[in-house]
Design a protein around this ligand. Structure first.
Ligand code: BLA
Length: 852
C-alpha cells in the first residue's frame, strides 16, 4: 500500500470520539444507571459543583444533592432518545452560580454535561423573535444561492462570529466554500476547495449525528476526564458538546489562525450535504441563545434545502419533457422514429451539452459531430447496456486502458440503451478546469516510528490547480434526458404513440399541480412552525428545553412533509405516519403495535396529523408508556362511522394522573383534530395509561387532492402604508381552518389591539357569526379545506364590512371576478403588515360611511 493511502487511513483512525478530555468551559460526570454511581468525572468538576474529583468518583448520584436534578436524571435515563441526542436536564445552582445541565447516553452510561448559564439571563422573547425572523427569511428564498447567501449574512450578524461559511461536499468528500460572510481582516475563502482529508471520515460520522459542534479556544488546556478505576474503557464522547479537540485539528486551526469554531451539520435526505462553519479569531463560547437559535434553524434549513433541490430538478424535467413530447408528436404524425432522431440529432446533442453522438439502431450506426467510432466503443456499450440502465463516465482514459488522450479529445460519454441492442451514445470533450484550493493540496506526509502521518497544511492561501482530461460532470438533467429518450424510443417502437401522448399530457397537468402544491405546502408548514414556536415558548420554562421541543416538532413536520412529498402522492397511509413518528422512540421495536384497517389522509393534512401524533408520542416518552421499559402502545385503526377511528392505548407506564395544567400538546390534539381535520377526539388520562380515540371523516381521508385549478397569477396588492390614526377597534371576524395558525393569528390580532375576535373554521360557522354580531372587519383565509371563503366575502361586502384575505397559495390562486378588488396577504403574515392593512381598511370604510 502506498504511503499516501496509509497516511489517509491513519487520519481516519484517530479515535476522536474518545479523546479522554473535555474543553474547559464546562464539567462532565458519567453515571452507571445500574449502580447509580459516578464512574467518570472531569478534573474541573470542583470548579462547578464543589468538592474534588477523587471525592466525586465512586460516590452516589445522591451526592449531587439537588433533588430536582436527581429526579430529572432518573427520568431522563429511561428515555430511549438519549442514545442519539443530548437532552436538556434542568438548571441548577451552586455557590451562587447558575448552571445548565444536559444529558445523553454513552454505551451503558449516562453522561451529564454542566455549563454555566448565560449572564445576563437569556432573553426568551428575543430568541423567539430571532427564530421566527430567521424562518421567515429562509422560507422566502426560492433560489438556492440566495438562500445560502442570506443565511450566512444573517447568521454572522446574529452570532457575532468573525466569519460564517457554507461548505458543500463533493462526491469524493472534498468540498468548496459556496457562501461566505467574512468580517475579519483575513482573506476570503469563497470559491476555494478543501481536500477530503481536512474532515476525516470519523469526524463526518459524528457530524451526521450531532447538529452542532463547538471548539471554544484552541489555546486552552484540555481538561482530563478521570475514571473511577483504571480498568474502565475510555468514555465515548461523540454526543458531548464539550468533547475535547483532536490535536491534529487544533494544529489545523492554528495554521488558519482561527481560535474558535462552531459547526452546524447540513443533512439532506439522511446524507451529509455540507456544513455551516463559523470561525472566530479570538476565543469564543457560543452564547446559549445563539445555540438556541441555531439548532431549530439548521433543522428548518435542511428541510428547505431538500425542497429547493427537488424544485430545481422539477424545472429541469420540464425541459426534458418538451423535447420528448416533440419526438413523440412527430412520430405520431407518421414520421419514422429513426428519421426523427437521425434526421437532425443536433438539438438533442445540444440539450446534453455534448459534442457528438453515435446512434446504433437495428444493426447500423450513425455518427454525428465529435465522437468516437462505433467499433471502439461497441464492447463497452454491450457490456454496460446489459442491465438496461443509463450510465455515464467523465474520464474515458480510466475506462479504456489503451485510450490515447489528446488535449482536445473526447473525455466522457453517456450510454443510453434503447432496447434490442440499440443504443445512443453521447460524447463530451475534455475541458481544462481551474480548481482553486485553500493551500496546495499536497499531502505533507511524515513517517515516525513506523507510523505514517499526514499533517495539516501550513498555508491556506490560494493555490490554482489545472485539471485536464475529464469532461464536465453529467447533471441529473442529463440522466433524465437519457432515461426519457430511452422510454420514448421503446414506447414508440412498440407502436404505443397514443398511450404515450396521454401519458405526457397527464404528466404535464400533474407537474403544474405539483409545483403549485409544493409552494403551498412550504408556506403552510412555515406558518405552522412559526405558530408552534410561539406556543411552545409559553409552555416551556427554560430556553434550552424550548429550543429542544421546537427542534423536535420541526423534525416531526419535516418527516410528515417528506412522506407526503414522495412522488407527490395522492394520499398518505395513516399507519405509516404513526409508525414514522413513534418508531424512533420505540427501542428495539418492542413497545409499539399498529393493527386494524389502514386508511390514508390527504397529503396537505399530513403535517397536522403527524404533529398530533408527535404530541401523543412525546407525552408517552416523557410521562407515559414509553418512559418505562415494560410500557407499550397499541394502536388500532378501524373503518367506521363513515371515516376512520384511530385508537391509541398506552399500558405499562407509570400510574397516570390528569395533568393540572393543559400543555400545548393536549391543546393541540384536542382542538386541531376537530378544528382542522373536522374529526372528533376523546383524550382520556385513565390511571392505567393514556387513551385517545381519534375519528377522522371520509372527507379528509385519501382520495385525490388539490382539485382546484390554479391559473393566471394575480399581482400582490399595493400595501404601501397610508398615514392614519389607529381607530378604536371593534369586533373582528377571523375565518381560518388551520387551528394552530388560527391560535397564532388570534394572538397577533390581540397584540395589535383587536381584543375581541370571533373565529370560525367553515363557511357555515362564519355565516352564523355574521348573523349574530356586527363586525368592524374580517380576516378570511381563502382556502378552507374543501371549500373557499368567497361566499363569506360576498355576504360581508353586502354589509359594508371591510375584508382582508390571507392565502397560503401566494399569487397562484385566482379569485372570482366579482371580488377581485379585495386585498390579500400571503402567509405567513407579518403582524405589523396585518395590523397596518386592517387599520387602513377600517379607516377607509369609516370614510365611505361618512361620505354616504
Ligand atoms: C475536524 N475539520 C474538522 C472540522 C472541520 C474541519 C469543520 C470539524 C471541527 C470544527 O468544527 O472545527 C475542516 N473547517 C474545515 C474546512 C473548512 C472549515 C474544510 O471551516 C472550510 C471552510 N485535518 C487535516 C488533516 C487531518 C485532519 C491532515 O488537515 C488528519 C490527519 C483531521 N479534522 C481532522 C480531525 C477532525 C477534524 C481529526 C476532528 C476534530 C475533532 O472533532 O476533535
Amino acid at each position: 500500500m502506498d504511503l499516501e493511502q496509509r497516511a489517509l487511513e491513519e487520519c481516519d483512525r484517530e479515535p476522536i470520539h474518545i479523546p479522554g478530555t473535555i474543553q474547559e468551559n464546562g464539567a462532565l460526570l458519567a453515571l452507571d444507571p445500574a449502580t447509580k454511581q459516578i464512574v467518570y468525572a472531569s478534573a474541573n468538576v470542583g470548579d462547578y459543583l464543589g468538592g474534588t474529583v477523587e471525592g466525586w468518583l465512586g460516590s452516589s448520584i445522591q451526592t449531587l444533592g439537588d433533588r430536582k436534578l436527581v429526579h430529572s436524571i432518573n427520568n431522563l435515563m429511561e428515555l430511549p432518545t438519549i442514545a442519539e441526542r443530548r437532552e436538556p436536564v434542568c438548571s441548577l445552582e451552586h455557590g451562587g452560580q447558575k448552571f445548565e445541565a444536559h444529558g445523553f447516553q454513552s454505551g451503558d452510561l449516562f453522561v451529564l454535561e454542566i455549563e454555566p448559564s448565560a449572564t445576563p439571563p437569556w432573553a426568551d422573547a428575543e430568541v423567539s423573535a430571532r427564530i421566527s425572523e430567521l424562518f421567515q427569511l429562509v422560507n422566502k428564498q426560492d433560489d438556492l444561492h440566495r438562500l445560502l447567501n442570506i443565511s450566512v449574512r444573517w447568521l454572522q450578524r446574529m452570532s457575532g462570529y468573525d466569519r460564517v461559511m457554507i461548505y458543500r461536499f463533493a462526491e469524493d468528500w472534498s468540498g468548496e466554500v459556496i457562501a461566505e460572510e467574512n468580517t475579519s481582516e483575513h482573506d476570503d475563502f469563497l470559491g476555494l476547495n478543501f481536500p477530503k482529508w481536512d474532515i476525516p471520515t470519523q469526524a463526518r460520522e459524528i457530524m451526521l449525528r450531532l447538529p452542532l459542534r463547538m471548539i471554544t479556544d484552541v489555546d486552552q488546556t484540555p481538561v482530563p476526564v478521570q475514571a473511577a478505576s483504571a480498568d474502565l474503557p475510555p468514555l465515548d464522547l461523540s454526543l458531548a458538546q464539550l468533547r475535547g479537540v483532536s490535536p491534529v485539528h487544533v494544529e489545523y486551526l492554528r495554521n488558519m489562525e482561527v481560535e474558535a469554531t462552531m459547526t452546524l451539520s447540513i443533512v439532506v435526505k439522511g446524507k451529509l450535504w455540507g456544513i455551516i462553519s463559523f470561525h472566530n479569531y479570538a476565543p469564543m463560547v457560543p452564547p446559549p441563545r445563539v445555540r438556541a437559535v441555531c439548532l431549530p434553524f439548521i433543522e428548518y434549513f435542511n428541510v428547505k434545502l431538500a425542497l429547493l433541490e427537488d424544485q430545481e430538478l422539477q424545472a429541469a424535467r420540464e425541459t426534458v419533457r418538451e423535447i420528448h413530447q416533440r419526438i413523440s408528436a412527430e412520430h405520431a404524425e407518421g414520421s419514422d422514429l429513426k428519421e426523427i432522431i437521425t434526421g437532425d440529432p443536433f438539438p438533442l446533442i445540444e440539450q446534453f451539452n455534448a459534442d457528438g453522438m453515435v446512434l446504433h439502431l437495428d444493426g447500423s450506426w450513425h455518427e454525428y459531430g465529435d465522437c468516437l467510432p462505433w467499433q471502439k466503443i461497441s464492447t463497452l456499450v454491450t457490456e454496460t447496456c446489459a442491465d438496461g440502465r443509463v450510465v455515464a463516465f467523465t474520464n474515458l482514459a480510466e475506462l479504456l486502458p489503451d485510450y490515447q488522450r489528446t488535449p482536445d479529445a473526447i473525455a466522457g460519454l453517456m450510454i443510453i440503451p434503447l432496447g434490442n441492442e440499440n443504443a445512443a451514445v453521447v460524447f463530451r470533450k475534455g475541458q481544462e478546469t481551474q480548481v482553486k484550493w485553500a493551500g496546495a493540496p499536497n499531502k505533507d506526509i511524515v513517517e515516525e516510528d513506523g507510523v505514517v502521518r499526514l499533517s495539516p497544511r501550513g498555508s491556506f492561501s490560494l493555490y490554482v490547480d489545472t485539471v485536464q482530461g475529464t469532461c464536465a460532470p453529467w447533471r441529473p438533467l442529463d440522466y433524465e434526458l437519457g432515461d426519457g429518450l430511452a422510454r420514448v424510443v421503446l414506447q414508440t417502437t412498440q407502436q404505443r404513440a397514443r398511450i404515450e401522448r396521454a401519458f405526457f399530457e397527464d404528466r404535464d397537468r400533474q407537474q403544474k399541480l405539483m409545483i403549485s402544491e409544493l409552494n403551498h405546502r412550504v408556506r403552510n408548514i412555515l406558518a405552522l412552525i412559526r405558530s408552534v414556536s410561539r406556543q411552545a415558548r409559553r409552555s416551556n420554562s427554560s430556553l434550552s428545553s424550548y429550543s429542544a421541543a421546537l427542534e423536535q416538532r420541526i423534525k416531526a413536520l419535516a418527516v410528515a412533509h417528506d412522506l407526503s412529498n414522495t412522488g407527490m402522492v395522492e394520499s398518505v397511509s395513516l399507519a405509516k405516519i404513526i409508525e414514522t413518528e413513534v418508531q424512533p422512540y420505540d427501542e428495539g421495536g418492542r413497545h409499539l403495535s399498529i393493527g386494524g384497517e389502514d386508511a390514508s389522509i390527504r397529503p396537505d393534512l399530513c403535517p397536522i396529523f403527524a404533529l398530533a401524533i408527535h404530541e401523543l408520542t412525546t407525552n408517552a416518552v416523557k410521562y407515559g408508556a414509553l418512559s418505562q421499559p415494560d410500557g407499550s402502545i397499541s394502536i388500532v385503526l378501524k373503518r367506521e362511522d363513515g371515516g376512520c377511528t384511530i385508537s391509541w392505548r398506552e399500558r405499562g407506564g407509570p400510574a397516570v394522573q390528569e395533568p393540572s395544567r393543559t400543555g400545548f400538546g393536549s391543546t393541540l390534539i384536542k382542538q386541531a383534530i376537530p378544528f382542522e381535520l373536522d374529526g372528533r377526539v376523546d383524550l382520556r388520562f385513565s390511571p392505567e395509561g393514556v387513551e385517545a380515540e381519534i375519528w377522522l371523516p371520509q372527507s379528509v381521508l385519501g382520495t385525490g387532492f388539490a382539485s382546484e385549478q390554479y391559473t393566471s397569477p394575480i399581482s400582490q396588492v399595493d400595501l404601501a402604508p397610508v398615514p392614519h390614526d389607529r381607530p378604536k377597534t371593534g369586533r373582528l371576524l377571523l375565518v381560518e381552518d388551520n387551528f394552530v395558525i388560527a391560535m397564532d393569528m388570534e394572538s397577533i390580532l390581540f397584540d395589535v389591539g383587536f381584543e375581541n375576535v370571533s373565529t370560525a373554521a367553515s363557511v357555515q360557522k362564519a355565516m352564523n357569526l355574521i348573523d349574530r354580531h356586527t363586525f368592524a372587519a374580517a380576516v378570511l383565509d381563502m382556502h378552507l379545506g374543501n371549500e373557499n371563503s368567497f361566499p363569506i366575502a360576498r355576504e360581508l361586502r353586502a354589509r359594508g364590512i371591510p375584508i382582508l384575505f390571507v392565502t397560503g397559495y401566494g399569487s397562484d390562486l385566482e379569485r372570482p371576478q366579482d371580488i377581485e378588488e379585495i386585498p390579500y396577504l400571503t402567509k405567513p403574515v407579518e403582524s405589523s403588515v396585518l395590523a397596518d392593512t386592517l387599520f387602513e381598511l377600517i379607516a377607509e370604510a369609516e370614510c365611505r360611511k361618512t361620505v354616504r
